[in-house]
Design a protein around this ligand. Structure first.
Ligand code: FAD
Length: 461
């Protein structure tokens, strides 16, 4: 019987195993991953003979968890080039307005490139909002600053993180500072102005690795394996039962299942499989988890002859009101110096499709998506583009969890219903970004060890 089984070897499961090992060096830890590879949404693959990120591409460096893990593993952080992002607004690429907090302006005048005069005037006169519990971030900002700020700024910026609809996503979960500011009688504008007035650090906001951030889970897995932790891939956990001294898991294919026993469990899979595993064991948690929807996405990466894609922006976001197919594009060669160096003859660029509720995106063929991405890219750049040298379509069904209004309560309900000796962690709960997933893993692991220690102590007394 393993002491602790971790289900899922995405960055959350791997970070949980790493934390458990660090805190309990002698523990027998087993990681079970259903797919043939570790990493989940962190994944590298080939484009024009070079490994590039086909999923997540950067970590927020202003939070300690991801850069801490990178540093602890002795890996070298790569910073993006100092080029700003753009916004596709009213048919053209424009510089991203500065001094906004997730699109909330410190000064409405800074939005004059993307809003018309009437919209700027409306955003400049913040209206009070009555808050009575959670509401959508879109609704909060629309009432305070007008619909154009939501449609043209909040939507693309929030969409870049959640692939979601600002008028559905929870203010409390997605931008708690905004919710708290208004709930305590302040204004969004004052909040954004305070953030803009903070001393600017020269430290880069984002970080990656040479070869892509998809190398991070591989490095964590290698580190764990070197320390004697077993990580099994192709080990889908199908069922979960409580037994007197812990848990029993049914693992593997339906044709040749096997049983694994564990004293304690970390469930680090997305919401839907976790809900299924908890169906019998913790029905209330399972029901709450089943309410967390996911947005599916597709990323198309292209390699063009060098000189096709500009170097003066890291890419652009697209508000849904623009009516395009794509929702964002990253000019990867311009953004990541390591990639420019690795593929000097090409410009690598990627576009993303898929917002919450757009179920048809994943049904489109690879050819159709690649062509639609090229057409939007050409439109954004205002010129026709040559055929790419290479392209690659990566689908992410169930890519990003949607923190709908009431998310914090749902997560509290999930955790409240869990049996003793079982914790959950990952992108579905406390933040979708990689640092937030690692933080979630570390908290859950610490909590699990504390609870197990508590039980051992009780039984010894
Ligand atoms: C396209 C895309 C781009 C993104 N870009 C960024 C970015 O640039 N920066 C950033 O910070 N965040 C980004 N994110 C978000 C971030 O990548 C994810 O939130 C994070 O990687 C989730 O990690 P996780 O380990 O919780 O889940 P996952 O990565 O989903 O891993 C869960 C693992 O559990 C396994 N599993 C599922 N069910 C079972 C089962 N029954 N038994 C065993 N194993 C199971 C899965 O196979 C998977 O490997 C992006 C997300 C997507 C989809």
């Amino acid at each position: 019987m393993a002491d602790i089984v971790v289900v899922g070897a995405g960055i959350t499961g791997l970070a949980a195993a790493e934390r458990l090992l660090q805190q309990e060096p002698g523990a027998d830890i087993l990681v079970l991953e259903g797919s043939p590879r570790v990493g989940g949404k962190l994944h590298v693959g080939d484009l024009a003979g070079q490994q590039i990120d086909l999923g997540a591409e950067a970590v927020l460096a202003r939070r300690p968890e991801a850069v801490g893990l990178i540093d602890a593993l002795g890996l070298t952080r790569e910073s993006p080039a100092a080029v700003g992002a753009s916004l596709w607004s009213r048919g053209a690429l424009r510089p991203m307005p500065h001094d906004t907090l997730m699109g909330i302006p410190a000064d409405a005048a800074s939005l004059s490139e993307v809003l018309d005069a009437q919209e700027v005037a409306r955003a400049g006169v913040e209206q009070p909002v009555q808050i009575d519990g959670d509401l959508s971030l879109g609704s909060l900002v629309e009432q305070a600053l007008g619909p154009a700020v939501v449609d043209r700024l909040i939507e693309p910026l929030l969409g870049g993180v959640y692939a979601g609809d600002a008028r559905e996503l929870s203010a409390q979960a997605c931008l708690p500072a905004a919710y708290d500011a208004v709930a305590s009688g302040g204004t969004l504008t004052a909040l954004a102005a305070r953030a803009a007035a903070e001393p600017r650090s020269d430290a880069p906001v984002f970080a990656s690795l040479v070869g892509g951030i998809g190398g991070l889970p591989i490095a964590v897995a290698e580190h764990l394996a070197a320390k004697g932790i077993t990580i099994e891939t192709d080990a889908m956990v199908r069922e979960l039962r409580c037994v007197p001294d812990g848990f029993e898991l049914t693992v593997g294919s339906a044709r040749s299942p096997r049983t694994v026993r564990a004293r304690a469990l970390v469930l680090a899979a997305p919401a839907a499989p976790t809900a299924r595993l908890l169906g019998q064991l913790a029905p209330a948690s399972s029901q709450a988890l089943a309410q967390i929807d996911y947005a599916s996405m597709v990323l198309v990466s292209y390699a063009f002859e060098r000189g096709t894609i500009p170097d003066d922006t890291s890419g652009f976001l697209v508000p849904p009101v623009e009516g395009r197919d794509i929702k964002a594009s990253t000019f990867s060669s311009a953004k990541w110096p390591w990639l420019r160096k690795a593929l000097p003859a090409y410009d690598v660029v990627r576009v993303s499709f898929g917002r919450a509720g757009e179920v048809r995106t994943l049904q489109r063929t690879d050819e159709d998506l690649a062509a639609a991405g090229l057409a939007d890219l050409a439109q954004a750049l205002g010129r026709s583009l040559p055929a790419p040298v290479d392209s690659r379509v990566q689908r992410w069904g169930g890519g990003l969890p949607q923190y709908a209004v009431g998310h914090l309560e749902r997560v509290a309900a999930v955790r409240a219903g869990l049996p003793h000796g079982l914790v959950v962690a990952g992108g579905a709960y406390d933040g979708v970004g990689i640092p937030a997933c690692i933080a979630s893993a570390q908290r859950a692991s610490d909590e699990l060890l504390a609870r197990i220690a508590g039980t051992t102590q009780e039984s010894e007394e």
